[in-house]
Each structure stands twice: as C-alpha cells, then as structure tokens.
Design a protein around this ligand. Sequence first.
Ligand SMILES: Nc1ncnc2c1ncn2[C@@H]1O[C@H](COP(=O)(O)OP(=O)(O)O)[C@@H](O)[C@H]1O
Ligand SMILES: [Mg+2]
Length: 275
Amino acid sequence: MRIWAVANQKGGVGKTTTTLALAGLLADAGKRVLVVDLDPHGSMTSYFGYDPDTMEHSCYDLFQHAGSIPRGLPEQLLRDTSHENIKILPSSTALAVLERQSPGQGGLGLVISRTLTQLSDEFDFALIDSPPLLGVLMVNALAASEYLVIPVQTEFLALKGLERMVNTLKMINNSRKQALPYSIVPTLFDRRTQASMIALRMLKKQYPETLWQAYIPIDTRLRDASREGLVPSRFDKNSRAMLAYRALLKHILAKLFEPLPISQSIDSDSKVHSQ
Ligand SMILES: Nc1ncnc2c1ncn2[C@@H]1O[C@H](COP(=O)(O)OP(=O)(O)O)[C@@H](O)[C@H]1O
Ligand SMILES: [Mg+2]
C-alpha cells in the first residue's frame, strides 16, 4: 500500500478537495483506495453523507488503543462511499480533543501508521486528509506517509501559512528515517486576478525545487461535485480542475516510481511498484 498525506496548516486551501480528486482518479483506474479523515471538522466524512457529530465509531477509536491496535478494529471502522473502489476511515468531532495535544504525549504518534499496516493487503493506496493544526493528528498523518501534498491557495496570505508548514516538516523530518518528499500545489488559481498571478510568481521563486509547475484552477464543478457527494472525477471528469488534478497525479506517480513509464504506473498493479 502506498500512503500519501495532504496537509497544510491552513484551512480552506483545498486539502479535502485535493484528497478526493486524487483518490477518485486512482479509484477510477481500478485501484483500491482508502481515504482517512483526520480532520475533526470531518469535511470528507460529511462529503460522503456521514455526520461527524454523531459518528459512534471513527478514527478516534484507534487513538484509544494507542499502544496496540486490536486486530480487526480498523476493518470494523471502514465505511462505504459513493465510489465502489473507495472506503473511508471516518472522522468524528471527538477527534478535536486530540487535535491540540502535543505530539510527544503518550506515544500517540504512530496510531495511523500502525492502523494502515493492518489494512495494507486490502488497499493499493491510502490518502490521508489532515487538520489545519500541528498536533497529534497531523503528526500521525506525516509519520505514516511516504509522500506529502501541500495545497496552497494562490493568494498572498496563504504563503505565510506555507512557510509554517514547510518548517513543521523540517521538524518532523528530524524524527523520520528519511525526509518526507513533497509537492507544493497551487490551488484556487484565478488567472483574472492580480493576486493569483503574484502569489504564483512568488511561489516559483521561493520553492523552485518542490513546487509543482502547474496549478489547480478555480472551478465551480468541484463545489457541485461535493454537493452531490461524488468524487470530482465521477461528477465531471473533463472539468478544468480535473484535467489539472490528472496532471498532478501523473507528476506524483512519476516522482515516486521514477524508473517506470508514467502510463504503466497508473495502469498496472501497484504491487509491481512496491518491490
Ligand atoms: N479549485 C477549486 N475551485 C473552486 N472551489 C474549490 C476549489 N478547491 C476547493 N474549492 C472549494 O473551496 C472550499 C474549501 O476547500 P477544501 O478542499 O474543503 O479546503 P480545506 O480542506 O483545505 O479546508 C470548498 O467549498 C471547496 O469545494
Ligand atoms: Mg478539509
């Protein structure tokens, strides 16, 4: 199983949308995909029609068994979604009590990593949506992942949040065996506005190595998809935003599976790539 996280210490930048756009494309290609909602607000959980305020069982259950997660518990928490190849580990509002806890406390940092190990035969990909705060939950997301996507809204104020995120990552890399590779992804780009243009130019200058060299445009089809509870590719697979997300997915796959031709890495069995 390949595990990716989508994170930024800022809300409203397109984290949940990016998670679902990428998950949908992988699932459309026949991959078995797990999406993990680690945001106590539970946007992704709501997206698929579940109410995070009343969820009886959620990711929170896993954190109550920090040291050793009972066999079979992760499977019990999985829920279906509108896509037959996507399952969700839902969030619940209860997660909020963990959100601000310091990551060092009580050895809670590897709960999600251990959970995904238990599920590794059942899925080809796991995509983790994170809360906009550095705490136990984000640390779990980053510790479990082999790749990180950082969506950043193309506006001036968002660049500050990005700086914070990149610093957080440096801190977390100190406690990982290998530095976590990442891509910065400009989102909500509106070419008619000066603000978007300026932000994009600054990003290119400040992050020449890690910036994905394209952007996700503003596209109302994404909001329409969320209203319907469908992953964006199922709602309109040729919308402008989805064309951009498809290019982003190819970029990530090419980075992770460098020796293989891109088409092969999307189309063939992921087991081939984990060798
Ligand atoms: N490229 C886009 N174009 C138009 N609306 C978008 C785009 N990306 C996200 N949105 C909308 O912006 C809002 C915030 O996005 P979301 O993915 O929930 O951000 P986050 O998870 O970072 O808080 C949502 O209503 C979403 O539908
Ligand atoms: Mg979100």
